[in-house]
Design a protein around this ligand. Structure first.
Ligand code: URA
Length: 234
């Protein structure tokens, strides 16, 4: 039996009806919340979609929700999330400048990583990225890197160096759980983070191309009578 969202009365914790989010975002969140494309929907408590700014300059992409995230419906809400939040603070990004999501939206039981779920969730991830339109992406761990930059070398080689995918800067980091579980990765994590801090000005340079449309400035985002944004708003 799904628990009530402790963060508020809305069905999803972030941005569902927020007019600052891009046109189509609320509809996408609804689709993800109702997803039954893979077996993970049977064991989930909550889908875990997104937390952060409606206009993130930098998007952090993790792997899959754990037990805490499943319980709260919020990405990176547990120990590695605290480590990630601290890191984001350290590199100087403010709350309006970043967002956090995962490749997979439902918790894999036992935290085993399910390949079919990765495939099933992929269109959601691509649509989230397209709608949010971040200037740069930071991948967290090997799976996020492989999914978003299939041509990249192994994460231990790629982490800490600025890359580019489809003209968008992409910066791989180790997963923030790494420095928690293995002290030898703490130094590496700190080094890569410092490299990210230095790369940020380059990552945040404006890119050419249209900015994502925002619901606030588009009358098509007005919710339909049933309270759900019309598919035409996508
Ligand atoms: N690890 C992840 O990759 N994502 C989360 O949301 C939590 C832990």
């Amino acid at each position: 039996m799904p628990r009530r969202d402790p963060l508020g009365p809305s069905e999803t914790p972030r941005g569902r009806a927020d007019p600052e989010f891009p046109v189509g975002w609320a509809e996408l969140e609804r689709e993800i919340a109702e997803c039954r494309r893979c077996p993970l929907h049977r064991s989930r408590t909550h889908v875990v979609t997104y937390r952060g700014s409606p206009r993130p300059a930098v998007l952090f992409v993790g792997e899959a929700p754990g037990a805490v995230e499943d319980r709260l419906g919020v990405p990176f809400a547990g120990r590695s999330g605290k480590r990630l939040d601290r890191a984001i603070d350290e590199i100087g990004l403010g709350p309006s400048e970043y967002g956090i999501l995962n490749l997979i939206k439902c918790r894999p039981p036992g935290n085993r990583f399910p390949i079919p779920s990765e495939r099933a969730c992929r269109p959601f991830l691509d649509r989230q990225i397209a709608l949010l339109g971040p200037r740069g992406i930071v991948t967290l761990g090997a799976r996020a890197l492989a999914a978003l930059d299939p041509g990249a070398p192994a994460v231990l080689t790629a982490a800490g160096t600025l890359r580019s995918v489809g003209g968008r800067p992409l910066f791989p980091l180790l997963h923030p759980a790494a420095p928690l579980h293995a002290p030898r990765w703490r130094e590496r994590w700190a080094r890569d983070l410092e490299a990210l801090r230095r790369a940020l000005p380059k990552m945040l340079r404006p890119r050419r191309g249209p900015a994502p449309r925002r619901a606030r400035s588009d009358h098509r985002a007005v919710p339909a009578r049933n309270g759900v944004a019309s598919p035409g708003a996508l």
